[in-house]
Design a protein around this ligand. Structure first.
Ligand SMILES: Nc1ncnc2c1ncn2[C@@H]1O[C@H](COP(=O)(O)OP(=O)(O)OP(=O)(O)O)[C@@H](O)[C@H]1O
Ligand SMILES: [Mg+2]
Length: 329
């Protein structure tokens, strides 16, 4: 089985179920909104909620994919930047607990975090996000030695806030003959880094993951045609269309992958877990459609929970489901 190393923004996911909206009012967070908060507000909120019953786990798009890969049994590593603080230590511990080699450098700011408040009556989700030290990650942090012994390099599109970092990562990956995979992350990431991403994708990327709006921003085309365009420049292209499933293509080989039925409550992490499942299949040299089906299965389970932390029992069911998919193929 192939191994994987990812580079991403190390953002701890902190999920709190509130009995009312008082904390939202206090920090002027409109119900159901996504907010960027400053360092002082991020620490004040953290200190206020940390002794409550919270769900806390290493997060950020790439880190989520690496978590999935590790839980499925791949040798996995993650490179990111945190602060020299409690949250940074929890991030590392969280990753190490599931067997990820956690390479976390320290920035000067405090650790990045995504704080989610679930409030009644409709389990509305309100975000207070702080990028913190993760934004300080740069090309100078990438030591070639980190990559030694890994086959796949997975990058998240959000890293384009530092283009030099992405370029250096891609160059190292290429130098070591790694398979480079990239998740485009968000349509506005694609729009605001259009030329840069085209250059990186065309010159370095082997496996590209895009959802409908990202593939449209990249190619100006609808999903299936976008897939064809992407497959001309990458060995493998994946275009995801949410509850409708996905398309995968490599050369002339092309499949529409059906979604697995799911009782969806929260789409967070769907794309990240699709990538984890797909790359797991790839790491076992499974056929393209089988990789897609595994991605589809893993992502269908994460949309059934709030947040991204699937229980050990769910992972057992996923492993059984994967075995079935492989058996049928
Ligand atoms: N309601 C659903 N039921 C079953 N499967 C789903 C559902 N929503 C998403 N999926 C699965 O998750 C995959 C990825 O979802 P989506 O297309 O939303 O990607 P994404 O936009 O990258 O996700 P994210 O918001 O996590 O970045 C889909 O291709 C599909 O297989
Ligand atoms: Mg996505």
């Amino acid at each position: 089985m192939k191994s994987i190393i990812g580079i991403g923004n190390a953002l701890t996911d902190i999920l709190t179920v509130m009995e009312d909206e008082s904390i939202l009012k206090k920090y002027r967070l409109p119900v159901g909104s996504m907010n960027w908060v400053d360092s002082a507000t991020a620490s004040t909120i953290w200190n206020e909620i940390k002794d409550r019953e919270i769900q806390i786990m290493p997060g950020g798009s790439c880190a989520n994919t690496i978590t999935g890969a590790a839980v499925l049994g791949m040798k996995s590593a993650f490179i990111g930047k945190v602060g020299d603080d409690e949250l940074g230590r929890l991030f590392k511990k969280g990753q190490e607990l599931i067997g990820i080699s956690s390479i976390l450098l320290h920035g000067t700011q405090s650790s990045g975090r995504s704080m989610v408040f679930i409030t009644p009556p409709n389990a509305e989700r309100t975000f207070a996000n702080f990028m913190g030290a993760s934004l300080e990650q740069g090309p100078e942090d990438l030591n070639e030695g980190f990559f030694d012994g890994y086959d796949i390099l997975h990058l998240e599109g959000y890293l384009v806030q530092n283009q030099a970092l992405v370029r250096k990562a891609a160059e190292i990956g290429k130098k070591f003959g790694m398979t480079i995979s990239l998740d485009l992350a968000s349509y506005n990431v694609v729009e605001s880094n259009y030329d840069f991403l085209h250059e990186i994708v065309e010159n370095y990327v082997d496996i590209i993951f895009a959802n409908e709006s990202e593939s449209k921003a990249y190619t100006h085309k609808a999903p299936e045609e976008a897939l064809d365009e992407l497959a001309k420049v990458c060995k493998i292209a994946v275009v995801k269309i949410g509850a409708q499933g996905s398309f995968v293509k490599s050369g002339d080989e092309k499949y529409r992958i059906a979604p697995f039925p799911a009782k969806a409550v929260d789409a967070t992490g769907a794309g990240d877990m699709f990538a984890a499942g797909f790359l797991y299949g790839y790491s076992r040299n499974l056929p393209l459609d089988v990789c897609g089906k595994i991605g589809s299965l893993v992502s269908s389970r994460v949309v059934e929970i709030i947040g991204t932390k699937m229980s050990p029992q769910t992972w057992d069911e996923i492993r059984n489901g994967i075995a079935e998919i492989i058996e049928k193929a």
